[in-house]
Design a protein around this ligand. Sequence first.
Ligand code: ZN
Length: 354
Amino acid sequence: MEYVSGPIWSPQGFWRGHIGFEDGVIVEVGKGRAKENVAEGIILPTFVNAHTHIVDYVVPVDLSLSLAEVVAPPDGLKYRVLGQTPLEKQRRAVSYISECMLRKGISAFSDFREGGVEGSAVLSSAQGARPFIMGKTRRPRFDKEEVLEILKVADGIGPSAISDWDYEELRELADLVRSKGKAFALHCSERVREDLDKVLDLEPSYLIHMCQATDGDLEVCAQEGIPIVVCPRSNMFFGMPTPLRRMIEAGVVVALGTDNAMISFPDMFIEMEFAGRLLRSQGMSRLDCVMSMATANGRKIINESPLIEFDPGSPCDLMVVREHGGDPVTDVILRTAGQDPLLVCAGRERRGLP
Ligand SMILES: [Zn+2]
């Protein structure tokens, strides 16, 4: 059996102890330091990157373009470039990025994937972090046969936004996806505020962005238990404010994602640091919520239980990062980006130490 020791994360706060594991499963958990350790430092659950478009890694950055000119279907820059990129090159990007993510402690990511059935299938080339695939129809039109084909390879469907669709067709899409027990989620109120009643009538599993949300919108999301995924680096790049403090104070379940890979490399430590700095600039004095955004709340987005307990018998999904002598929360959020975790274990997958 192997051991790691240090401050261990729990939803109630950090406590000092050790974890013993073998064959991808936690075997022993206890107080105090183990005698021999493969790694010592702050022990965290692996992260879930709750919103990505990782194949966008192949798209070049053009600072002269607006949000719509980059990401709006069907003629935005990303759609033009992706349309001309051979599937083999897209698969290589998936393989590389998913490996980078696992090395940075991300065990799973929820990816909004363009390109219909073929586009969703490209994500099966992931070799490190595990994809939760949110497919998309080739055009913003309801085509039952196409949706059923996509759902054979995808975990759900993620249309771009309500404003790109005929509403009745979008309702048909949402009904079909839910009837198959799959996830349905969409971007909402990123650049302009959209009609939240109409969006929530589609019964989405969660929403992404909500930069332009009113306090009333956020209260409704909190009351109805609709999680919001925020991508603050992406929002800042496109000049959109992320009302993160207002979301937290409204009681919304907030998860964290890195969005389009051409503008934000999918490294959750960087996104967490950015979210932490943003919250501090918005007057928050504690950053514990950022830990939940990257761990428990992200698991809700991929339909996993948010109850992360390091208990004997649980899969060994953990990582160890360096201590810097301060509060472990601030050590993780403000002082870890730029460094690799000492050890990452996602079940039997392992990165870092030999
Ligand atoms: Zn997105």
